[in-house]
Design a protein around this ligand. Sequence first.
Ligand code: CA
Length: 247
Amino acid sequence: MHTPESCHFIDASLTTLLKTQIYMRLLLVEDNIPLADALARALRQSGYVVDIARTGKEADDWLGSQQYELIILDLGLPDGDGANVLRRCRARKQKTPVLVLSAREAVDERVRLLNLGADDYLVKSGAIEELEARVRALIRRSQGITEPEINLGKLRLDLNGQRAFVGTVALDLNAREWSALAYLAARCGRIVPKEQLMDALYGWNEPNSVNAVEKVISRLRSKLMEAGVTVRSIRGLGYSVEVIDGS
Ligand code: CA
C-alpha cells in the first residue's frame, strides 16, 4: 500500500474541487411538490445530494445550518417572493451561487434578479439537461476550476462527466458508487470516517445508514479490481482510497 505521498498530485485546486464538485450538496427551493421531486430525482441520479425547501422560511433554515455548493431558487413561494431568499442570502455575505428557476420570462425580471446577486436564470420550461449543465458550470465557475480530473493508479476520474475509467474502459458505477469513489479519491491517502461519507452521499430526507454505506463500498471494491486502486477499511475509523503497489 502506498502512503499519502503517492497522492501528491492532489494539489490545492483539486482540494478545492473536492470540497465542491464531489461534495455536491444543492438546495432546491421549490414549492411545487411534483416539480421539486422530479428535479431532485434527476439531480440525485447525477450524484448530487439535494435538500428541498418548500418555503422561503425553510430555505433560510437550511442555509443557516448547512453549506451548499449551489441554490436553485423558485420565485413564487407560498410565503413571498423567492428573490427575498436571495436578498437575505447576499445580506448574510453568503456567496453560494444562485440559479433562479422561474416561469417568468420578462427581461426586466432577469435583470432585477441578476442585480440582486443571482448567478444565472433559467425558465422553467427548459430541459433538465440544460439545468444540469448550468448547475455544473456554475459550481465550476464559482471555484475557478478548469481541469476536472483525478488520476489514481490506472484509474481516471472525469469529474465533469462523472465517470471513472481504467484505460479507455468506463466503469459501470451507479450514482452513489460514483459519488463515494470521487469523494474518497479526492481525499486519497486520508481516512474518511464512515459518518462523513454517509453525510456526503445522502440528503437529510433520504434513508441512510452506515450499513448502506458499507454495501456501496463493497460493490465499489469489486468494480475496482482492475483499477490498481482499492478502498481500505480501517476498523473503527473509516475508509481510505489507496493505490495498490505496482499500479
Ligand atoms: Ca412556485
